[in-house]
Write a protein that binds this ligand. Structure first.
Ligand SMILES: Nc1ncnc2c1ncn2[C@@H]1O[C@H](COP(=O)(O)OP(=O)(O)O)[C@@H](O)[C@H]1O
Ligand SMILES: [Mg+2]
Length: 251
């Protein structure tokens, strides 16, 4: 399979809502094909940062580059030659449609290839997420974990250069969370996509990320490979690690 994957560089990104300074001088450099997670407590600006990357928000100042091409011009999103696709927390599937119809939705809407090719692509993307043979199932009959994988297959149907996830484990039980982590890891090998994951689930991020950035109150306070995050000397990072693993370690 062809390697897709773009570099994402964020420079001095700032965003306020009224007096609420939500993103403060965010700098990030994400390599092509990297699986990069942004962790941190809720309300800290993670989703807003992701929404800038998919151009649903525009910055007050600063810039994002995809492969060195600027994404915004004077606060307006520029037309893009790169494709990004987002897997939303709720999966956002259409329950009245089958699995195959959900995965093929974007392809059919944009009429970018003949129907026979669309069917092939649907089968290919379902296989990538381990759902071969489920084309005819009703989406409403699926478990939460399967729904999530259908949503991933649907985002892959666009052949994206960049795949983004906002809180992918939010509605999943521990077993399904493990399955999802494996799915995202194997996707990396199969597609070479650059992947950005926003999550408050530290263990999930530690398990599958090449690198992790921790956000706190609108700032990136730590960045590194999983071991560097685990061993961070930053007291805020250590407190976050203790809090989010309390259930396992008994405090
Ligand atoms: N559309 C909006 N208008 C005003 N404030 C917003 C808007 N979206 C988010 N915020 C504020 O931005 C901050 C960060 O939100 P968010 O990025 O959703 O946090 P996180 O994803 O880390 O939980 C919060 O204080 C939130 O209230
Ligand atoms: Mg969020």
């Amino acid at each position: 399979m062809s390697i897709h994957g773009i570099a994402v560089r964020i420079e001095k990104l700032n965003k306020s809502f009224g007096s609420n300074h939500v993103l403060k001088d965010i700098d990030l450099d994400i390599a092509p094909g990297e699986t990069f997670s942004i962790i941190g407590p809720s309300g800290t600006g993670k989703s807003i940062l992701l929404r800038h990357i998919i151009r649903l928000e525009t910055p007050d100042s600063g810039q994002i580059y995809f492969n060195d091409q600027p994404v915004f011009d004077n606060g307006r999103p520029l037309p893009q030659t790169f494709r990004s696709s987002m897997v939303f927390q709720s999966s956002a599937l259409f329950n009245s449609l089958t699995v195959a119809e959900n995965v093929g939705l974007w392809l059919r809407e944009h009429r970018i290839c003949p129907e026979a090719r669309i069917r092939e692509l649907i089968t290919e993307k379902l296989a990538i997420v381990g759902l071969e043979g489920t084309e005819g199932l009703n989406t409403s009959e699926l478990s939460g974990g399967m729904r999530k994988r259908v949503a991933i297959a649907r985002s892959l149907a666009m052949e994206p250069d960049l795949v983004l996830y906002d809180e992918p484990t939010a509605e999943l039980d521990p077993v399904t969370t493990d399955e999802l982590a494996e799915t995202i890891r194997s996707l990396r090998k199969k597609t070479g996509n650059t992947t950005i994951i926003v999550t408050h689930d530290l263990n999930f991020a530690l398990y599958l990320s090449d690198r992790i950035a921790m956000m706190h109150r609108g700032e990136i306070i730590e960045i590194g490979v999983p071991d560097q995050i685990r061993n961070s000397a930053n007291p805020i990072v250590q407190r976050f690690i203790r809090t989010t693993t309390k259930g396992i370690q008994g405090g």
